[in-house]
Design a protein around this ligand. Structure first.
Ligand code: NAI
Ligand code: MG
Length: 356
């Protein structure tokens, strides 16, 4: 397969972990006989420093022309401590999502057996949890009309969804469910909200097109409870922007560490794959960042944008093997980790490549 991949490391540890993520793509291409070409572009603080713009036109152009984007993170303490700064790294992030029409945010919550004890939930409840969230990213109450009235004594936010918006994310989720456990949970609040009633109607109308997928509807309050009570009940979940925002943060605790979680934002064209963590300036330059979230982002890229499931699984298996062999980066280690099994960013990359 011939593809061109844009690498956008961004800021801070984004640069350190994306280097490892890219090396995994290079290794996979070599092993499976694919022809991947790479280009690189600036975004965030480094782009502001170089051009005055967090998402330069040249970067956006390269993004549009790429088959997929491996992204790091953007951010710098300079802006975190100055909320009045007019030009900011995260403006680049929001503009990218809007310009590329990235309406579906995917967050796989995969718990590696070796990290069972890193979570605050009991191991016997967690063991084997593997969930894929589809959060709608460009609609809902976040984008509706909002304002104040009654002399500033009342505030309102209006939630809106069109059939089209629900259908396009619904299809993505059904298609993903087909490639996994063939179970889809749609989460709404259809007992109360009109947008949720439309949501449920559209998902129900799609279901006959995917007869191999079993659909379950849950109210969001019940889904929040079940996520902690019985996470194995979940396979693919599709939900609206607000519910997805809350449920995915809740679910991230199932996997234990930030350094292990990848995400994808996809639309009709190119997809963006990135760790859920930020630029982590507290550890930047120390070489200790866990690169596995970027590595797992590369795995998602291969699976979702290129349909290369076997290649993607090979990466996940290598991460699993690395952990089974006892290796740990600092964030997932504890007092019992022997010094010779403690990895830094680079050695984690090297040990991982050996296992692919
Ligand atoms: P953060 O995710 O960068 O860091 C939170 C904590 O987790 C820190 O103690 C950090 O050292 C640790 N951590 C994160 N990733 C790690 C890894 N791979 N290995 C080991 N430890 C890791 O979030 P924080 O500190 O709130 O934000 C830092 C900057 O990142 C800010 O400027 C923020 O705006 C930006 N940010 C950017 C995001 C993005 O580009 N998508 C997302 C979240 C934050
Ligand atoms: Mg959130």
């Amino acid at each position: 397969m011939k593809k061109n991949i844009l690498i956008v490391p961004g800021d801070g540890i984004g640069q350190e972990v994306t280097e490892v993520g890219k090396s995994v793509l290079v290794k996979i291409a070599e092993k499976f006989g694919h022809e991947f070409s790479y280009d690189e572009a600036l975004m965030g603080h480094v782009a502001i420093e170089a051009t005055g713009n967090p998402l330069p036109d040249e970067t956006l152009e390269k993004m549009r022309n790429s088959d997929a984007i491996l992204f790091g993170a953007v951010g710098h303490p300079k802006y975190d401590n100055d909320p009045t700064a007019k030009v900011r790294p995260e403006q680049g992030l929001l503009k990218m999502r809007k310009e590329l029409g990235l309406y579906a945010n995917l967050r796989p919550i995969k718990l590696f057996d070796e990290l069972l004890s890193a979570s605050s939930i009991k191991p016997e409840i967690l063991k084997g949890s593997d969930i894929l969230f589809f959060r709608e990213l460009t609609g809902d109450i976040y984008f509706g009309e909002k304002g104040r009235k009654n002399d500033n004594n009342t505030a309102y936010d209006i939630a809106e969804y069109s059939r089209y918006e629900v259908e396009r994310i619904g299809r993505k989720a059904f298609e993903a469910a087909r490639t996994r456990g063939k179970r889809l949970m749609s989460v709404d609040k259809a007992n109360v909200l009109e947008t949720s009633r439309l949501w449920r109607e559209v998902i129900q109308a799609l279901a006959p097109e995917y007869p191999d997928v079993t659909v379950e509807h849950q109210f969001v309050d019940s889904a929040a409870m079940l996520l902690i009570k019985d996470p194995r009940r979940f396979d693919v979940v599709v939900t609206a922007n607000l519910f997805g925002d809350i449920l995915t943060d809740e679910a991230s605790q199932i996997a234990g560490s930030m350094g292990m979680l990848a995400s994808a934002s996809v639309g009709d064209s190119t997809g963006v794959y990135e760790p859920i963590h930020g630029s982590a300036h507290d550890i930047t330059g120390k070489g200790i960042a866990n690169p596995l979230a970027s590595v797992l982002s590369a795995a998602l890229l291969l699976d979702i944008s290129f349909g290369l499931k076997e290649e993607s699984d090979a990466i996940i298996a290598a991460v699993d093997k690395l952990l089974k062999d006892g290796f740990r980066t600092k964030d997932i280690s504890d007092a019992s980790t022997p010094a010779h099994l403690l990895l830094n960013t680079q050695s984690a990359g090297a040990e991982l490549l050996k296992r692919i």
